[in-house]
Design a protein around this ligand. Structure first.
Ligand code: AMP
Ligand code: MG
Length: 502
């Protein structure tokens, strides 16, 4: 693909700005003194119909860092509110981010192109409006790892160093991330709209989101209940994906939950090593509100805040809307269970249909799964390594799985029960094992590897970061020479802590 001389790099559209007056402020990015392209996602560029070579030119980099704007387009800072750790902030918004515009990708899907770290906006409050190289590369690698594992997420198109040092614990190099998303509309956007004096904003926002993300709801007799149902469904599906790969978001505030169902805002997130529902990495999550095992409950809590904003749209007297909204919120559990069970069955190689009584077999499989999780937690077994090792057991070699346990006998008992179910009805072990390998990643973005790559990049060496991106964006294909990416941190790495305020 070549880029025609003189044509703008991005053919932006602006439906958000066109339709949602009241929910943004036009704003310009701060000037980056000496932009330098640190990471460029050529695959994503092509998906968006942009020439990656054109993005790497000085003009391209100037656009990616916010130094030059696409002619005729106005960047905006989006407004939103949000419950942060349960406490409500009526006005958050893009304090250091800008929506450049939307474009239709190669499949015709509308995608937002957005800058993060592009300078203070009217929403910046006390913040400096900037972002550091380390955290922006972190968002890049983890979001791309999530995408490669099939988890819905915002994407990372590029990271550009600004050439400016910014104040964090120490002085660190600044950067701008170019993020691509189905949209940046959050539960917090609805909270903000619902609190505005202008009563037309909320219905416009709801209609916009229905048209852009959940068009089937428009066909329903009750479109706003349809919207609630659609968001409950996409979030149930999303959180199940997180739980299946051991992802801990770390800061599931309502402003960090999209209505599209994409993962957003990679701050203090991290992947769990040893299986433990109580795992928390974020230094600011002192009470474990956003611990691994709490994520489904927190999603429901956030969705309840979303539902509250919709009550006046659902019924003329909002009291009449409470019952139906509660009923829909109540469906989250079953939806989540269904997604999680389907995912877990695939990971464990369990048959979809069962022999004899469906209920009996399903109940047996359920206790297989709960017993396994108890075992992994008690024995502190690495979640990713263990699940990946199971395909070898199906192929007839249990060495790798057994070696993860200090007391392999406890695993042997479970293994015998599980294999009976897996190999029921003369199923083909090789086909099952291959299918398991396609859903159990070998490589996740391991905390110590991420930290090492970011430290090197911050000091000017991008090679380890580039290698890490290559490894985690092909998570299911085991490759020789990459063994050290497939194992947890050595004990010397210590207790991992992640930080917000990135
Ligand atoms: P986050 O924790 O990244 O989801 O951000 C929460 C809120 O704080 C959002 O309104 C951000 O725009 C804002 N924010 C975070 N960091 C900064 C910063 N360095 N400067 C200005 N605003 C910020
Ligand atoms: Mg946020």
């Amino acid at each position: 693909m070549t880029h025609p001389e003189g044509a703008p790099l991005f053919a932006f559209e602006h439906t958000y700005v066109r339709d949602l007056d009241g929910l943004f402020t036009p704003w310009q990015a701060a000037t980056a003194p000496a932009p330098q392209l640190l990471a460029l996602n050529t695959t994503l560029a092509v998906e968006l119909g942009i020439d990656p070579d054109a993005l790497s030119t000085p003009e391209g980099v100037a656009t990616l860092v916010g130094n030059s704007t696409v002619p005729g387009s106005t960047p905006v800072a989006q407004a939103y509110a949000g419950h942060q750790f349960g406490g409500y902030s009526p006005r958050l918004g893009d304090g250091r981010a800008l929506l450049l515009g939307e474009m239709l990708d190669a499949r015709g899907d509308r995608r937002d192109v957005h800058l993060k770290g592009s300078g203070r906006t009217p929403f910046a409050r006390g913040g400096d409006g900037k972002a550091a190289v380390g955290p922006m590369l972190r968002e890049y690698v983890i979001s791309e790892a999530m995408h490669a594992m099939g988890v819905p997420t915002t994407r990372s198109l590029a990271v550009v160093a600004t050439g400016e040092m910014i104040a964090r614990d120490t002085m660190v190099p600044g950067a701008v991330l170019t993020r691509v998303a189905a949209s940046h509309v959050r539960v917090g956007t609805f909270q903000y709209a619902a609190a505005l004096a202008d009563p037309t904003v909320l219905p416009r926002l709801a209609d916009y989101v229905i048209a852009r993300h959940h068009p089937a709801a428009a066909q329903s007799d009750a479109p706003y209940l349809g919207l609630l149902q659609a968001v409950v469904e996409v979030q149930a599906a999303l959180i199940a994906r997180w739980m299946l790969v051991g992802f801990i978001h770390g800061v599931m505030n309502t402003d960090n939950m999209t209505v599209s169902g994409e993962t957003i805002d990679y701050g203090p997130c991290a992947f769990m090593d040893a299986y433990d529902p109580g795992t928390v990495f974020s230094s600011i999550d002192q009470h474990g509100r956003y611990a691994f095992g709490n994520q489904p409950d927190i999603a429901v809590w956030n969705l309840a805040r979303f539902a509250e904003t919709l009550l006046p749209l659902i019924a003329t007297d909002p009291h009449d809307a409470v019952g139906p909204a509660m009923e829909l919120l109540g469906t989250f559990d079953n939806r989540y269970r269904q997604h999680w069970n389907d995912g877990m069955r695939a990971k464990l190689g369990l048959p979809v249909e069962s022999v004899g009584s469906v209920e009996a077999a399903a109940a047996g499989d359920e206790s297989l799964v709960t017993d396994l999780l108890r075992l992994l937690q008690e024995q502190r077994i690495d979640h990713t390594m263990f699940l990946r090792s199971l395909s070898a057991v199906v192929r007839g070699d249990a060495t790798a799985s057994r070696s993860l346990f200090a007391q392999p006998e406890v695993f042997d008992t479970w293994r015998a029960r599980w294999l009976v179910r897996v190999l029921t009805e003369g199923r083909d072990p090789h086909a099952i094992a291959a299918a398991m390998d396609a859903v159990n990643p070998v490589y996740i973005a391991r905390n110590h590897q991420v930290e090492a790559a970011l430290a090197a990049a911050t000091a000017g060496d991008l090679a380890p970061f580039g290698r890490l991106v290559e490894v985690v964006t092909q998570p299911f294909t085991e490759r020789p020479g990459l063994e050290h990416y497939a194992v947890p941190a050595p004990a010397s790495f210590g207790d991992y802590r992640t930080f917000c305020g990135t």
